[in-house]
Design a binder for this molecule. Structure first.
Ligand code: C2E
Ligand code: CA
Ligand code: CA
Length: 505
């Protein structure tokens, strides 16, 4: 309601010209109403696509719920209800928006809106709710009907958008909830369709229909996130050590391999994080690192990791273990955070130990995200004396030819190529060429995930000399790792593999 101040004006104008005041008032009222209508119009329609917005969706979804709810109550007809479908544009759209002219992203949005509208029929509705999101209300479209509809829609949306001299294809993922099965009110229906769309994105699937288990996973994630917050809110970084701890998986370099005997020339370890949750027990990094990344909590965790490892290296130096090298993992966000360099610098100065025994493992995908800034960051790492390793190499799509641009020291061949090395000729060809490439470029090469002696023998024959995997050892506590080290030294630097396998070279 607009407050016109009508009463007040009326009293003030008693002595003056009543009718002129009234005219003025009426025109003010009309102007206010016009402004309100303009505002409503602005709020109701997206300028780029011309489609109704979130504002309209809320109103119309409410009407849908009421209308279809009434029919369900009547039991007058065996109606199939309706579907709330959320369509989200893939990351290419974001990239186009950031890097190309605004008119190009606007055209893509307009085209997307038109393509969706072309598939609608009867009382179907489409809304453009966020820049990269469209929501559809589809009466009666469920199960096989929905599947058929989605197949056609996704095919149409996948057609590249043509511009002079180039074209852009924007991927789309979608999620849906059904009325009444997945919610009886507006907010549940939208929330559940949104969770399903999120699950589609996470799993790289074009479409996911809401299920109760999706909600449970989301709740679990939220609980974990809250617990990380609580664990990290602790005032001092060292208190993180109460819940987070590191295990050390041996990384060995071998000089020869004969009759199941590995002659070891270098012993190192990779620090792998574990979260000892107060009530859930040990949680693997595969589970908590992505959540910590999303929430930004990965930064204090990374600091704790770097300080812990730097002081460990210093302690090892004073206790006669000064030859052991240590590797740490940095997630993409940690790697690109502005504070990481400073963390390494101050860890170096406070521990006094050389960082040249510290290797930073970065995944291939995080390196190739932005080649120029990667080169800059890596050069600064190298200037500090850190060794740099490319983790999970071969799992991404990076070009080998780019590797020589970076100041790298080590390549870790992804476990996927090692897993079937005994039987898969294709994997052997790939690993063989990686061995040659590493040699040519002067990088150390580690194969990870080696689980049995036979695979190790095959890899040895192919020229691999650095190994990590369950065949040698799983990740150990510090105490166990030092015992593992001492046993090798006591055994004249020989590790006898469990299988007394005769190596034929
Ligand atoms: P990653 O860096 O590739 O680490 C190797 C993972 O493979 C470890 O799992 C290790 O336990 C496992 N593994 C080692 N040898 C074998 C083997 O022979 N066979 C099989 N099947 N698996 C083997 P984990 O400890 O669960 O770590 C998973 C991932 O979590 C790591 O993959 C790393 O990307 C990440 N991560 C671990 N610790 C940290 C950390 O402190 N910071 C960050 N940012 N990420 C971490
Ligand atoms: Ca690693
Ligand atoms: Ca790895």
């Amino acid at each position: 309601m607009i407050d016109t101040g009508h009463e007040n004006l009326h009293l003030q104008s008693e002595s003056g010209d009543l009718s002129s005041e009234n005219t003025k008032l009426r025109s003010e009222l009309a102007a206010a109403q016009q402004r309100l209508a303009q505002l409503e119009q602005k709020l109701s329609f997206q300028p780029q696509s011309g489609l109704p917005t979130h504002f309209r969706l809320e109103l119309e979804l409410e009407e849908f719920v009421e209308r279809f709810g009434r029919r369900q109550d009547d039991g007058s007809a065996n109606l199939p209800g309706f579907t709330v479908l959320i369509l989200q544009l893939g990351s290419t759209y974001g990239m186009v928006r950031k890097t190309l002219r605004a008119s190009i992203s606007e055209w893509i949005l307009y085209q997307t809106g038109c393509r969706i509208a072309a598939f609608l029929s009867g009382r179907d509705r489409v809304f453009h709710t966020r820049e990269d999101e469209f929501v559809l209300l589809l009466p009666g479209k469920k199960g096989s009907h929905l599947k058929e509809f989605l197949q056609k829609l996704h095919t149409s949306l996948a057609v590249p958008h043509g511009f002079t001299g180039f074209s852009v294809s924007v991927g789309v993922t979608s999620g849906a909830s059904y009325f009444p099965e997945h919610g009886l009110n507006r907010s549940d229906l939208l929330h559940h369709a949104d969770l399903a769309a999120g699950a589609a994105k996470d799993r790289h699937k074009p479409f996911v229909l809401f299920r109760q288990s999706i909600r449970e996973i989301a709740v679990e994630r939220m609980e974990l996130q809250n617990s990380i917050l609580k664990a990290i809110e602790a005032p001092a970084l060292h208190q993180l050590g109460e819940q987070f701890r590191l295990l050390y998986q041996p990384k060995l370099v071998v000089s020869s391999f004969d009759e199941g005997k590995l002659h070891i020339s270098k012993i190192g370890a990779e620090a792998l994080m574990r979260w000892n949750h107060p009530s859930k027990g040990l949680i693997s990094p595969a589970q908590f690192i992505p959540i910590a990344e999303e929430s930004g909590l990965i930064e204090p965790l990374g600091k704790w990791l770097v300080y812990t490892c730097a002081s460990l290296l210093e302690a090892w130096t004073t206790t006669g273990y000064g030859d052991i090298g240590l590797s740490v993992n940095l997630s993409p966000r940690q790697f690109r955070s502005s504070s990481i360099l400073q963390t390494f610098e101050s860890a170096l100065s406070s521990s006094g130990s050389g960082l040249n025994r510290l290797t930073v493992e970065l995944t291939e995908t995080s390196l190739f995200e932005d080649i120029e800034s990667t080169t800059r960051i890596l050069e600064r790492f190298a200037a500090l004396g850190l060794r740099i390793s490319v983790d999970d190499f071969g799992s991404g799509y990076s070009s080998l030819s780019h590797l020589h641009r970076f100041p790298l020291d080590e390549i870790k061949v992804d476990r996927l190529f090692v897993e079937h090395i005994r039987t898969n000729k294709h994997d052997r060809v790939i690993v063989g060429s990686l061995v040659h490439m590493a040699k040519d470029l002067g990088f150390d090469l580690i194969v990870e995930g080696v689980e049995d002696a036979e695979s190790l023998a095959i890899l040895y024959d192919m020229g691999c000399r650095g190994y990590q995997g369950f065949v040698l050892s799983e990740a150990l506590s510090e105490e166990e790792f030092l015992r593992f080290h001492d046993d090798i030294v006591a055994n004249d630097m020989v590790v006898q593999l469990p299988l007394a396998l005769t190596h034929q070279s």
